[in-house]
Design a protein. Structure first.
Lengths: 155, 286
């Protein structure tokens, strides 16, 4: 058992609730989702997120990111043969997928702010090579996937 | 952090106010699609959010606008880093609800999921020759071994030392990915449809072992395909990303590193250029 402090859980919950509020308002603006009507869905999303953080703290020796736990819980609950599937899909359906991405990227943008200086020091050559690496990985995987999915008759 | 005793630290308040404003602006701009030649590019609010986020930091606009520097200070930048992990969790929950209902389809596509993991090695054949033609030496090995997320950074740091030329190259690709990766993949995700590759193949390719890059690539891809297919696209991408999280370490360690070194030995005498110092390229920028 890892160490699980109540104060830490409350601290995380506070941050998750604030994030939930930002998402609720964001999806009202971007997708016309009524804020009040979406609260139950957001409460479920926040609870599962908090559970993921608690599991992560309790299993320090398992090298899985917290993100994985946050994905696994609703994955198990929403599999077709699960009695919980309809409930979890309809309630989390109140939360827009794209609505959850905007605050992440806003924080991500701010967090790299102090790395711009380091990036400027790098050679422009590395920037080109990095983009080549991204393109290579992306299309390398896509081409293999295309071939195998075609052979399997899935696409 | 001493201010943790308070319910809301100044960094927390300023951080959330800033993100709140960025989210409102980004959502007001909304989803924009336009054609570039044969491709359709879809710009999602998240793309505006990451650009606005970078712009408001002390090293960019904060430098010239004093009130902005007072709102988004260094403490806020520091606060933002762990917040990325926290804010990723609601997205993780949404991904789970996309993968669950598609579990049968995903198991059926299992062979494709596993084999496309080897596609990550393709980066070496694309990036290494370019690096050598640009005059990089051993930095080229580090920069083109993979897309260099945390796992690769760890392995390369361990094997060569992060201050070595190889480590510098890996760190370079890592930093470019951190700062520009989501913007790059946000554009590539929708643009890639113009290649004629199937959206599901592109969805698998979007899972590269980085949560934010996968999200950027697959969301813009999903927004550009037939709505009936978009949930499957997101589910495939999330699954592939998880798989890369598991296999990535072994692929880099046992395939990518030996392969990039072998290819370097073959190609460097043929297409290598006189050495340039990778770290002192600043003067070349002007």
């Amino acid at each position: 058992m890892g160490d699980l402090k109540m104060s830490k859980v409350l601290e995380q919950l506070k941050l998750l609730i604030l994030t939930g509020i930002v998402i609720l308002i964001g999806q009202q603006i971007g997708f016309g989702r009524d804020i009040v009507a979406s609260i139950p869905g957001m409460v479920v999303v926040v609870i599962i997120s908090q559970l993921a953080l608690i599991i992560k703290a309790m299993l320090p020796n398992v090298k899985l990111p917290t993100f994985a736990y946050a994905t696994i819980i609703p994955f198990l609950l929403s599999m077709p043969f699960m009695p919980t599937a309809d409930w979890i899909l309809s309630i989390t359906g109140q939360v827009e997928f794209l609505g959850t991405t905007t605050p992440i990227l806003a924080f991500a943008g701010i967090s790299v702010g102090n790395k711009i200086g380091i990036l400027k020091k790098l050679s422009w050559r590395i920037v080109i090579v990095a983009f080549a690496a991204f393109v290579g990985t992306f299309f390398g995987s896509a081409i293999i996937a295309q071939i195998v999915l075609s052979i399997q008759g899935i696409i | 952090m001493a201010e943790d005793k308070k319910m809301f630290s100044p960094a927390l308040i300023k951080g959330f106010v800033t993100v709140f404003i960025i989210v409102i602006i980004s959502e007001l701009i909304g989803i924009n699609s336009f054609s570039v030649g044969i491709a359709t590019v879809t710009l999602l609010p998240m793309l505006f959010a990451v650009i606005l986020g970078i712009l408001v930091t002390p090293s960019i606009l904060g430098k010239v606008i004093t009130p902005l520097k007072n709102l988004v200070d260094e403490d806020v930048v520091e606060f933002a880093a762990p917040m990325v992990m926290i804010t990723l969790l609601p997205l993780g929950v949404k991904y789970g609800t996309l993968v669950g209902p598609n579990v049968v389809k995903i198991i059926q596509a299992g062979p494709a999921f596993i084999l496309q993991e080897f596609g990550n090695v393709a980066t070496i054949f694309v990036a290494l020759p370019i690096a050598l033609l640009l005059g990089l030496k051993r930095e080229a090995v580090g920069a083109s071994v993979s897309i260099c997320r945390e796992v690769t950074l760890g392995i390369m740091g361990d094997k060569y030392g992060i201050d070595s030329p190889e480590g510098t190259g890996t760190l370079g690709t890592y930093l470019v990915g951190t700062v520009l990766g989501t913007i790059f993949f946000g554009l590539l995700g929708s643009f890639s449809l113009a290649t004629g590759l199937h959206p599901l193949a592109l969805a698998m390719a979007s899972g590269m072992g980085s949560g934010s890059m996968m999200t950027a690539a697959s969301s813009s891809l999903a927004a550009s395909v037939d709505p009936a297919l978009s949930d499957t696209v997101l589910a495939y991408a999330a699954t592939s990303n998880m798989l890369t999280g598991v296999t990535g370490l072994y692929v880099v360690l046992f395939i990518s590193i030996p392969l990039v070194n072998k290819l370097y030995d073959i190609l460097e005498p043929k297409i290598g250029r006189p050495a340039v110092k990778a770290k002192e390229g600043g003067k070349d920028n002007g």
